[in-house]
Design a protein around this ligand. Structure first.
Ligand SMILES: Nc1ncnc2c1ncn2[C@@H]1O[C@H](COP(=O)(O)OP(=O)(O)OP(=O)(O)O)[C@@H](O)[C@H]1O
Ligand SMILES: [Mg+2]
Length: 468
């Protein structure tokens, strides 16, 4: 028995859900949309939330966010139609506990709800459990026996015990974050904190405040003083992800930390000392950012003392079978699906694929196959890679390539260059929005632009947030 919040804008479906849950003597509160759900979350303490994905006044992800805010331990279940499985997988990655496909089987619903409530209670009882789980998951090793990966592991082992700043570069999804975590784990600071900050996720001021902290009143909304991650990670490691997105002002401050170990909170003049090991990652060509005047040259040389490049998956294909086995085991565990195996032929298909999205793309393909295929064995048909599509939705490198010349030929006579490029840009962004089901953070990541850049462009082009 427990207390459950049911969020769905369809009264009929809500009634069926509620009657099922009540039969098991659960207490149920209903909400007809995101706003309603917010109200209920503020008023009651729940053991689980069951929410629809798309509602009149928002999405299931909004409910998830609201639930997280109300109670970080609360398990959220998504109801999902078959067609939105991709979204469901994404929701799970963002912290949903599980999802239930519509039309649902009452037994499945009840079993899921029970597990969700048990999980909530467990985590509540032992607030540290989640930490441990995260740490265990995060401790997954860098797998692979190829020369490229062995060399990478060797380099990590050599650089980890030093205090050197490491610049980790590589294409999207190659495992840069994993490398950063591995460095911390093998370092002398392993017992201290590792804090990771995604520089692309903040506006300029907020990033500076996140990194260096602020005094009360330093900017609008700064209603109390707050320490930044450079202080919080004292004696530990700080991982700055997507570091190329840092503003020039933040770069200047970062340079200061690297030269004399001093930081100054926003709105303060008092420098504070900090002892932090810095790891930095980017999928951008930093050298080029320097040439373009977007990244400080002096900072670049300080960061690039120990450069570490993570190879794209197509350069170590021989690791694909081993990675498949590992990622399959992880998918079965994380998605709670029955055990699966991958056919030899399916592995061959994957080995010959180019993986523009690298290991993350491989992981996504395997997760999707686990969810979509009911059979015990995953076959090539379960992978939509016969017509390869790259992570950013553009054609992959080795497909029949369209040359810039050909694109140039397509420019209508009536257009000037600016309009033509703008329409091209709009098309690329819209396509990415469609592929990601409107997830802007993901679009920004795929297209290698900052979120603020993207929102600016969206505003300018009035591209709708939702896929058209
Ligand atoms: N060698 C590896 N062995 C096992 N799993 C890996 C390996 N490399 C990457 N992964 C997995 O692939 C996924 C992507 O890795 P990660 O997030 O570290 O990539 P990234 O380079 O930081 O990507 P991005 O540039 O998009 O931020 C993660 O789920 C990670 O656990
Ligand atoms: Mg990353």
């Amino acid at each position: 028995m427990g207390k459950i919040l049911v969020v769905d804008d369809e009264p009929h479906l809500r009634r069926i859900l509620i009657s099922n849950l009540k039969q098991e003597h659960h207490e149920v509160i209903e909400a007809a949309g995101v706003n309603d759900a917010r109200g209920a979350l503020a008023e009651h303490t729940f053991d689980a939330v069951i929410t629809d994905q798309k509602m009149g006044d928002g999405e299931g992800l909004d409910v998830l966010a609201a639930a997280r805010e109300a109670d970080p331990n609360l398990s959220v279940l998504f109801l999902t139609a078959f067609a939105t499985i991709e979204l469901a997988v994404e929701s799970m990655r963002r912290g949903a506990f599980d999802f239930i496909t519509k039309p649902f089987v009452p037994e499945v619903l009840l079993a899921s709800a029970t597990r969700a409530m048990e999980h909530t209670r467990l985590v509540r009882e032992n607030g540290r459990l989640r930490d441990t789980v995260v740490r265990l998951e995060g401790s997954s090793e860098i797998s692979g026996r190829s020369l490229a990966i062995r060399q990478l592991r060797e380099k990590i082992a050599r650089v980890a015990p030093t205090n050197a700043t490491v610049l980790v570069t590589g294409e999207t999804g190659t495992g840069k974050e994993l490398v950063a975590r591995a460095i911390h784990r093998s370092s002398l600071r392993a017992e201290k904190t590792l804090i990771a900050v995604n520089c692309a996720a903040f506006t300029e001021t907020l990033l500076e405040s996140e990194l260096f902290g602020h005094e009360r009143g330093a900017f609008t909304g700064a209603d109390r003083a707050r320490e930044g991650v450079f202080e919080a990670a004292h004696e530990g490691t700080l991982f700055l992800d997507e570091a190329a997105e840092m503003s020039l002002a933040a770069q200047a401050k970062l340079l200061r930390v690297l030269t004399d170990g001093l930081i100054t909170r926003l709105g303060s003049t008092k420098p504070r000392h900090t002892d932090v090991r810095l790891l930095v990652a980017t999928n951008r060509d930093l050298k080029r950012r320097v040439e373009e005047g977007l990244f400080r040259e002096d900072l670049y040389y300080r960061l690039a003392v120990v450069p570490l490049t993570v190879p794209p998956l197509r350069d170590h294909r021989e690791d694909i079978p081993e990675l498949c086995a590992l990622l399959l085991a992880q998918a079965v565990r994380d998605l709670n699906t029955p055990p699966r195996r991958i056919s030899a032929e399916a592995i061959r298909t994957l080995v010959s694929y180019d993986f523009p999205g690298n290991i993350r793309e491989l992981r996504n393909l395997i997760e999707r196959a686990c969810i979509l295929s009911a059979a015990e064995e995953i076959t090539p048909e379960n992978f939509p890679v016969s017509t390869p599509r790259s992570a950013n939705g553009l054609a992959p490198r080795n497909s029949a390539e369209i040359t810039p010349d050909q694109i140039a030929e397509m420019m209508p006579e009536t257009h000037n260059l600016r309009d033509f490029l703008a329409s091209l840009e709009k098309a690329v962004i819209q396509r990415a929005l469609k592929i990601t089901d409107g997830a802007q953070a993901e679009v920004a990541r795929r297209l290698g632009m900052s979120r603020s850049d993207l929102s600016y462009k969206l505003g300018k082009q009035r591209i709708k947030d939702a896929p058209g």
